[in-house]
Design a protein around this ligand. Structure first.
Ligand SMILES: [Zn+2]
Length: 657
């Protein structure tokens, strides 16, 4: 008889191995960190002599669940901003807050909070991608959980790297440091094709292959991502990443909501694993991944919670149930994804998707002792039928709750006994997390009060602290004005023709000014639109000075290239009112009496038809402004003699009416 450390007896064992073997009453023999025997109690009991024997009281004993995709430190951002579209949520809230707060301490605390939550709900292994991943790995190892930890790499500055080269260097050191750790499998995580360059994808794949570690990435999460890829590269996402050499690595692809049959085949041939995230896809309305098709094709599909800021919890019992329900309802087939298969995805198949099924995912001799006990005797799981040998799977998937998990062992060590966490001080974590929440609240409250800081938060802002002299009049015949100007002998430095679409965002506190989203469509000689440029401008309300003839001196605008859509800015800034203006603009830069002026001749189409002549000039001193004000009036009188009245008020006030 072999001498071993521990024997667990009187359990209903679901091994989740490829034969889906069950033993009831079963026993499992554990020595050091490994499983050395699994079987019927009668057999195992006579093969091993254990130092300690624990009676499991008839509970289900099964492998711990595998959370195939998450961002654990984001527990600290849970519930921060919900019910938003992915881009507004990510670019408008998550990334700005992350830039401000994410630090090694933040990441360690968030990881411990996540580990506590996951252990309590029967998770023994998770695949993570975030920043300062060394701190994620360290906190995870200290708690005693198993993690596939990937440092995120992006083309944008991140909380731990100004340039992506730094993240790649960090990843190399990180992988070297954690390679062969008993609990941590280091990995690299180029965030997504749309947040990375092809160089990042290539370098990440090479690094993953050099050290033979998994590579994690988000793939085809939204329809928009696929449309953009088709537009820019003429192909869907999977063939494009394949072209960048990405699929040479051991890939774990999160989401894959919008992949087609050909892409499934490509991923299958590359032995890529998939992480399906039902809650996240449902909550962000990303769509429903073709899970049944993926499984039928032979792909290894695990189940993940995604980050706790987009879910908002790390409850794998809920995910497994949702995965089954979602597959049924989208395939219009209640026999699709039965309970046993759903649980398989969250255990052995999940381990395969993470490329670590040699060490965990099922209860088999030689594998690490990662297991949980589940109490199926509670009200919501009772009674229990014996007729169908597979009824335990449906009980776990369809009626059990995560807090029916009573005990958790990882790598041969107990981390929870009888619902008491043994390696984490919960109350301490809760208090520290609340302190962060207070700080983040303060930061966001301040930011939301100022249009300018909201604009800064979404990036790309350039300040234009300039003064401008403006004169404007309405005219009756723009063609005549153009003719007069072009034949006047006034030196024309540059001329442009474009169609302008403006959307003004108005806010209840109008002392902060207003925002203008402008799309300029440049029009060439043959009346074709050549390029389109979008800009966002914060325009102050302040009129500094009125010269005679209603020439205005205005000040201070903040400009940002509008890298997001109009819809994004609308949902992010939440204006109380919007005004649309559309006009055809002939714009001249001229030299008039030694000074530079812009002359705009506008045919306004929306909100009402009208023609305008506008003279504008940058100015730097009082004296210069006086001079330019006079020249502006002169120019107006010259170009549009005897014309119509000057526009007495702010032009914008007129449009508003
Ligand atoms: Zn994710």
């Amino acid at each position: 008889m072999d001498q071993i450390d521990l024997l667990l007896v009187n359990a209903h064992i679901l091994t989740m191995d490829i034969h889906q073997a069950q033993f009831n009453p079963g026993a499992i023999a554990i020595h050091e960190d490994k499983i050395v025997g699994v079987g019927l109690e009668s057999e195992i009991g006579s093969n091993f002599s254990a130092q300690e024997i624990i009676d499991c009281g008839g509970k289900v004993l099964m492998p711990g669940l595998i959370n195939a995709h998450t961002h654990v430190p984001m527990t600290l951002l849970r519930g921060l901003a919900d019910d938003l579209r992915l881009d507004v949520w990510l670019m408008g809230y998550m990334m700005p807050v992350e830039r401000e707060f994410v630090s090694p301490e933040f990441v360690s605390l968030g990881t411990r909070l996540a580990c506590a939550e996951m252990i309590r709900s029967g998770v023994t292994t998770f695949a993570d991608m975030y920043y300062f991943e060394d701190n994620v790995a360290r906190a995870t190892a200290e708690v005693g959980m198993r993690g596939v930890c990937g440092e995120s790499v992006m083309k944008f500055p991140t909380p731990d790297a100004k340039f992506y080269e730094e993240s790649l260097e960090y990843s190399r050191e990180f992988i070297k440091k954690w390679k062969n750790h008993p609990l941590i499998v280091p990995s690299i995580a180029p965030h997504a094709p749309y947040t990375c360059t092809s160089e990042i994808l290539r370098a990440s794949a090479e690094l993953a292959m050099e050290f033979d570690v998994p590579l994690q990435i988000h793939i085809s999460e939204t329809q928009l991502e696929v449309e953009n890829m088709r537009r820019d590269q003429g192909m869907p996402v999977v063939p494009w990443v394949k072209k960048q050499g990405l699929l040479e690595a051991k890939v774990l692809a999160a989401h894959c909501v919008w992949i087609d049959d050909g892409e499934m085949r490509t991923l299958l041939h590359a032995h890529s694993g998939i992480a399906h995230n039902p809650s996240s896809n449902l909550k962000l309305a990303s769509g429903a991944a073709p899970v049944k098709k993926m499984l039928d094709s032979g792909l290894n599909v695990g189940i993940g919670t995604d980050g706790p800021a987009s879910n908002n919890d790390l409850d794998m019992f809920e995910e497994v149930r949702l995965a089954a329900f979602l597959a049924k309802t989208t395939s219009n087939d209640p026999t699709a994804l039965p309970a046993q298969q759903a649980l398989h995805m969250a255990t052995l198949m999940g381990a395969k998707a993470l490329h670590i099924s040699d060490i965990t995912g099922s209860l088999e001799p030689g594998k690490r002792a990662d297991l949980i006990l589940v109490d199926l005797s509670r009200l919501h799981s009772s009674p229990h039928f014996q007729r169908d040998p597979n009824s335990a799977y449906s009980q776990i998937v369809y009626s059990a709750k995560s807090n029916d998990v009573t005990d958790v062992m990882i790598n041969g060590a107990w981390l929870m006994r009888d619902r008491v966490l043994l390696s984490i001080n919960e109350s301490e974590i809760l208090k520290e997390a609340q302190d962060y929440a207070r700080q983040i609240d303060t930061f966001l409250i301040q930011r939301e009060e100022s249009l300018l800081s909201k604009l800064i938060a979404v990036g790309g802002l350039t300040e234009e602290e300039s003064f401008e002299v403006q004169a404007k009049t309405s005219i009756s015949e723009p063609e005549t004005v153009i003719k007069t100007l072009e034949e006047s002998g006034i030196e024309i430095i540059r001329k442009r023709h474009y169609h302008e679409y403006d959307t003004y965002f108005l806010f209840s506190d109008d002392s902060q000014g207003f925002l203008r989203y402008r799309e300029d469509h440049f029009i060439d000689e043959r009346d074709q639109v050549t390029t389109v440029r979008s800009r966002l401008t914060l325009i102050g309300k302040v009129v500094e000075h009125r010269f005679p003839h209603d020439v205005l001196l205005s000040r201070s605008r903040y400009l940002a290239p509008a890298s997001q859509s109009l819809r994004f800015y609308r949902e992010y800034f939440k204006p109380v009112k919007e005004i649309e203006v559309e006009k055809d603009r002939r714009r001249y830069l001229v030299n008039y009496k030694g000074e530079e002026f812009f002359i705009n001749i506008d045919k306004m189409l929306i909100p009402f038809p009208g023609n305008f002549l506008e003279i504008k000039s940058r100015t730097w001193s009082k004296q210069d402004a006086d001079e330019k004000s006079k020249l502006s009036v002169e120019l107006i009188k010259f170009l549009s003699p005897g014309s119509l009245e000057m526009i007495p008020k702010d032009y914008f006030e007129m449009i508003k009416r």
